[in-house]
Every structure is written in C-alpha cells, then in structure tokens.
Design a protein around this ligand. Structure first.
Ligand SMILES: Cc1cc2nc3c(=O)[nH]c(=O)nc-3n(C[C@H](O)[C@H](O)[C@H](O)COP(=O)(O)O)c2cc1C
Ligand code: SF4
Ligand code: SF4
Length: 382
C-alpha cells in the first residue's frame, strides 16, 4: 500500500470513528476552530488542518456599514480583515475558501452583515459548499452600531430574518451567539432553530459548559460549544453536556490541538461515543434518556419528562421504537431489555453478561445507545 493510500485509509477511519455529520457534511474530528477577525484565515487553518473537522474563518465584514465598522476598529488597534468594499471582500473570501478547499476540513465562514441583501449576495457568490455563520456574537460598539454582532441578540426578529433569508438560498447556516446576553438562552436557541438554522455555535463565556445543557434540551440543532477550551478535560465537559463539536479560538495552537485530538481518539476508541452524556440523575442532558429505566420510581426522570413535555407513555414508545435490534436482548436485566440499561461505565454484572452472551462489545453497545439517543432527540423535537 502506498503512503497516499495509507493516508486516505487513516482519514476514512477517522470519519468512521467519530461518525459526525452536519447534513451532507462528514467531519473527521470533533474539534473546530472558532473565528478570530484579522487572524483566522486559510493560512491559519492549513497549519492546523490535521487535527480539526471544521474551521470558522473570518469574521469578515461584507457590506458598507460593517466594513466601515471594521476600519473604525482597526483605528482602535484591533485586528480585522480589511476590505474597501463588498466586491473586494467577497473576492478575498472566495480566494481564502479556495486555498483550503482540498483540506478535508469543513469550511464555515463567519460573516458580519447589516442587511439581508448582503447575505444573499454572499451566498450566491460563495456557493452552497460552505457553512454560513452569522456573527451574533461581536460586542464591539462599532459592530453593534452597524446592526450586527450582539445587536442581533437583542433584535431577534432581524436575526430570524437573516437566518431564513440565508436558508432560502439553500445553504447551511450557523449562528454564533454568546450566552448570558439574552434573557433566556433556551428561548433564543428555540427561535434560531425555528427560523431554520442548522447549527448553533455557543460562546459559553461566564456560564461555562452547563449553558450547553440548557440549549441541548431546548432544540435539536447541531451544537458547537466554545470558550476557554484548552485541554481534554474542558473539551469533554462541553461534549458531555451535549455539544456535537467543541471549538477553540485563543488556544488553537498546533500543540494544544494535536494533544486534544489524540486524547479524543483514545477516548472514542475506549467508549464508542465521543460525546456521551452523563446519566440523567447525574446531570445529563436529553440524550441521557437513552440510558433511563421505565418511569416507575421516584427519580429525576418524571420531572424531566414533564419539563420537556413528554408523557411517560410517549417516553416508552420513543425508547421502544427508537432502539435497534441489538438492544432488544437482555431478558435478565432489571427491565428485561438493554433498551433500559445504564451506561457502560456503570458497573453491572447483569448487563455485561447479556452483552457477553450476545458477543456484543461495550463500544458497540454504546454506539447503539447513541443511535437511540439521536432518535429520541428527533422524536422529542418532531
Ligand atoms: C482576537 C479575537 C477575534 C475574534 N473575532 C471574532 C469574530 O470575528 N467573530 C466571532 O464570531 N467571534 C470572534 N471571536 C470570538 C471567538 O471566536 C471565541 O468565541 C472566543 O474567543 C472564546 O473562545 P476561546 O476561549 O476559545 O478563545 C474573536 C475572539 C478573539 C480573541
Ligand atoms: S430512570 Fe434511572 S437512569 Fe434515569 S434518572 Fe431515573 S434512576 Fe437515573
Ligand atoms: S441490569 Fe444493570 S445496567 Fe441494566 S438497568 Fe439494571 S443496573 Fe442498569
């Protein structure tokens, strides 16, 4: 086998190992790079492509008001990607995308826009192969005055329009938010989902990783968790609370990314589910329902079902309808089936004996539970 064939095989293995998909796009790693204006460009990504699945380049200002805001920010000694007008901004972004188009990294472009027309022009020019990320995050006064960034978190009707306008162009849409700006982030996530977005990219800032759990329980969007990730422990915490990816900006140094990637590979090989939740009674999110027993005893399950407006009967139907055949064994387990069994990390002789009898590895068991969790999520938010 040639070294090129070897590389392709390794790459395919990584896609299969993590099994992450955003609509038609497969990702080879749960690590993303979050945008940093004036810094995160094609060159920056090329030097980190080995370890990441998704790259948010930009933020790019793409119309008169936001381009003027970028120039004003540079006058205050902040770094920005500077353009003289919309046409030259789109030329430059297109060239950056082209430079990394064969990197096997999914490309996401973080955009600052002050009107829907600019987003339409960008989408028609840059095409449907990339993800469009609406910057509803920037808190610099000049950007807020230009009607983008954090402005959108307090003018959610405009944010909704941006999302639905982009979606009408047939592209994938992400919204980058900062938690703690809106009165209710769960409500915000719900609105972003209903407006048609595919991804919510959350800077958890002061609130930490638990903010992800709140949003995981409020919508079925693909979640990118962000803020202060610099180690496997901090990444794992966000993934455990429901993030599908984690992103790094300030700490996205090659050595940090490479360590993180190697740890993630070790973890997914050991567990089988790279962003496995905790059990519900230990603070898990909605996906933990895949590990819950039938609602027959006083425990956090019943109040949680009430919170997400699912009746006990509906819960039982979701579990039974969503489980794949391999989970329909284990008559001697507590509830007669692996569908109701706990995480593989919870020691249990009965479950392990059922797995042994079926010649099912613990990682396969956890992959089945992941598939069940996906189906429960879809059913709750159908
Ligand atoms: C210098 C700098 C520039 C940034 N520019 C943008 C931007 O243009 N758009 C955006 O959505 N976020 C921007 N961010 C926010 C980051 O993407 C990220 O959300 C934040 O830094 C927290 O993540 P971290 O702890 O991994 O750095 C910027 C951050 C920094 C430090
Ligand atoms: S049903 Fe079981 S796993 Fe779920 S919260 Fe109750 S005790 Fe915990
Ligand atoms: S048999 Fe073991 S894993 Fe299954 S529900 Fe009972 S305690 Fe949990």
């Amino acid at each position: 086998m040639t070294s090129i064939q070897n590389n392709i095989r390794t790459m395919n293995t990584m896609f299969d190992l993590f099994d992450i998909q955003i609509k038609d796009k497969r990702l080879k790693s749960p690590i993303a790079i979050a945008s940093m204006a004036g810094i995160t460009n094609a060159e920056y990504i090329k030097n980190r492509a080995e370890w990441i699945g998704l790259a948010c380049i930009g933020g790019y200002s793409i119309d008169k008001r936001t381009i003027e805001a970028s120039h004003a920010l540079v006058n205050r000694e902040r770094e920005e990607f500077l353009f003289s007008n919309q046409e030259s901004a789109l030329d430059a972004i297109e060239a950056q995308i082209k430079e990394i188009s064969d990197s096997k990294v999914v490309i996401c472009v973080n955009l600052r826009a002050s009107n829907t027309e600019s987003l339409v022009i960008a989408a028609r020019r840059l095409g449907a192969n990339i993800i469009y990320e609406i910057d509803a995050h920037c808190r610099q006064e000049e950007m807020i005055q230009a009607g983008c960034g954090e402005y959108l978190l307090t003018h959610t009707d405009i944010l909704s329009q941006y999302i639905s306008t982009l979606k009408a162009e047939g592209v994938l849409v992400s919204v980058k938010i900062r938690t703690g700006v809106c009165d209710d982030d769960a409500e915000l996530a719900h609105l972003i989902w209903k407006a048609g977005a595919d991804i919510i990219h959350i800077d958890c800032m002061d609130e930490g990783a638990k903010a992800v759990r709140k949003i995981r329980n409020a919508c079925p969007l693909f979640i990118i968790g962000n803020n202060s990730i610099s180690s496997f422990e901090s990444a794992k915490e966000m993934l455990t609370y429901g993030a599908d990816l984690i992103s790094l900006a300030r700490m996205s140094h090659p050595n940090v990314l490479s360590d993180l990637y190697n740890e993630m590979i070790r973890y997914v090989k050991e567990i089988g589910w790279y962003n496995v939740p905790k059990q519900l009674c230990r603070g898990g999110d909605i996906r933990s329902l895949a590990f819950c027993c039938p609602p027959v005893k006083p425990c956090p399950l019943l109040p949680f079902l009430q919170e997400i407006e699912v009746s006990p009967q509906e819960f039982m139907e979701m579990k039974n309808a969503g489980a794949g055949l391999p989970l329909m064994i284990g008559q001697e387990t507590c509830f007669g089936s692996l569908v109701f069994c706990c995480k593989s990390s919870t020691p249990c002789f009965g479950r392990d004996r059922a797995l042994r009898q079926a010649s099912m590895s613990k990682t396969t068991y956890m992959k089945e539970k992941r598939a069940l969790a996906d189906k429960i999520l879809s059913a709750v938010f159908a």
